[in-house]
Write a protein that binds this ligand. Sequence first.
Ligand code: CA
Length: 220
Amino acid sequence: MRILLVEDDDMLGEAVRDGLRQESYVVDWVRDGGAALAALSAVAFSALVLDLGLPRGDGLSVLRWLRQGGQTTPVVIVTARDRITDRITGLDAGADDYLIKPFDIDELSARLRAITRRVIGCAESMLTVGDVMLDLRQRLVTYRGEPAALTAREYAVVELLMRKAGCLATRAEIEEELYGFEDDIGSNAIEVHIHNLRRKLGPLFITNVKGRGYRVDNGR
Ligand code: CA
């Protein structure tokens, strides 16, 4: 499971990062609101540990941005503010849980397990093709059991191909899947994504159907 930790306090951030890594989480640590948005745009995280008082955009703005964008990634707020209004504001803005500093890493880890379990739900949210597994609910791709660091577009390509496993996904279909992201799609953008995905998920994962599109196959 890949966690985004957003915390501007160096000592606390380091303690939480190291503690969660010991619990086998993959942890990306950023220190301000802007970096949090950039990370959330690039990678599908399993959960977010979010400090409220941050430079360059506070935690509540990050949370509102996430929810307004339709992302359901579970969020635990960690805050020094223990006023009841802050907790209510955080939960109203879409946080799943909160912890008041100082807190125990074991406690945070338990909360993370609880909220990610709620999200995972039923078994059919998992797709498997060869060594690649896709968790649709968490928007997480693993290759040989390890989380693959995919960009949002790479994830979108993988999800489309795996939903259509055994069938061709045309270039037009893939472009349509990517349409809606902010940036323009360059003429060779799909080839670049496929190239990167082969690097990250193995050279044989995606088959090129010359001039028509791409396909992934079960049972190879
Ligand atoms: Ca802070």
